[in-house]
Design a protein around this ligand. Structure first.
Ligand SMILES: NC(=O)c1ccc[n+]([C@@H]2O[C@H](COP(=O)([O-])OP(=O)(O)OC[C@H]3O[C@@H](n4cnc5c(N)ncnc54)[C@H](OP(=O)(O)O)[C@@H]3O)[C@@H](O)[C@H]2O)c1
Length: 218
């Protein structure tokens, strides 16, 4: 199968496009014919070796986390999916930037029928991140106030919608060009970080989701 892979930690110019074997299924795995993928900052960090202490890889390593596609084969213990199902996921075993990938059935979900493969492939990692931060860690509740930095970004745009769904009041930082869009996503208070200081504008917030780090976090 065709795949985008690396032979060593390196940079974007050294990504190889070539043939790799189709991954072999274990009993709890599902083989998927990939239709769409999305690219996240994590992909670049893995490529550059920044995460090798916590996410070590074996070379050649196929890149990519987020994908949507169609089930091509299922392992002998797989009960929740069948060949032909449209699915999406963040990979847990093999890279997604390839014609085929495998995941354990516990990591896979049916693709909602009302969104395209491309839309579905853009969702897993940013949504899991927003869920982990707001639901599992912050335990955001209805009536609380949350500041979501970079509301126009991948993580931020999902976090705004999730926070509104949970019943929170949402403030977000964005540049002026994206103000209208984050309002449409549900943000109540919008700070243009290029011309305003969020720390002067907001106070008494219950939760802050910061993906910027550095001076913003400080
Ligand atoms: N993608 C993931 O699944 C994921 C998971 C975990 C962690 N992260 C981390 O989260 C960060 C953002 O990732 P992402 O995928 O959401 O990135 P992204 O889609 O590239 O979005 C980055 C956003 O940052 C905004 N921004 C830039 N400077 C800002 C500032 N000073 N204050 C507020 N917003 C600012 C930009 O907004 P404007 O265009 O409006 O200026 C842009 O929309 C990265 O550091 C990434 O490593 C990402």
């Amino acid at each position: 199968m065709k795949a985008a892979y690396i032979d060593r930690y390196s940079n974007i110019n050294d990504v190889q496009l070539g043939e790799q074997p189709i991954p072999v299924l274990a009993e709890n795995d599902v083989l998927i014919k990939v239709h769409a993928v999305s690219i996240n900052p994590l992909d670049l960090r893995v490529l550059e070796g920044e995460f090798k202490a916590i996410l070590p890889v074996k070379f050649p390593f196929i890149l990519g986390n987020d994908f949507a596609g169609v089930v091509a084969q299922v392992g002998s213990n797989v009960t929740q999916f069948k060949v032909g199902d449209e699915v999406y996921a963040k990979t847990d075993l093999n890279g997604a930037f390839a014609e085929y990938t495998i995941v354990q059935q516990s990591s896979l979900a049916l693709k909602p029928q009302n969104i395209s493969m491309e839309h579905a492939a853009s969702l897993p990692l940013v949504s899991l991140t927003a869920w982990q931060a707001l639901v599992e860690i912050a335990k955001l509740r209805s009536g609380q106030k949350v500041l979501i930095h970079a509301g126009s970004g991948g993580v931020g745009s999902i976090a705004i919608q999730l926070a509104k769904h949970l019943g929170a009041t949402v403030a977000t930082t964005t540049s002026g060009k994206n103000t209208r869009w984050v309002r449409e996503l549900g943000a109540d208070i919008i700070i243009d970080y290029k011309i305003m200081d969020f720390e002067q504008e907001l106070k008494d917030y219950d939760v802050v989701l910061d993906t910027q780090g550095g001076k913003t976090l400080e």
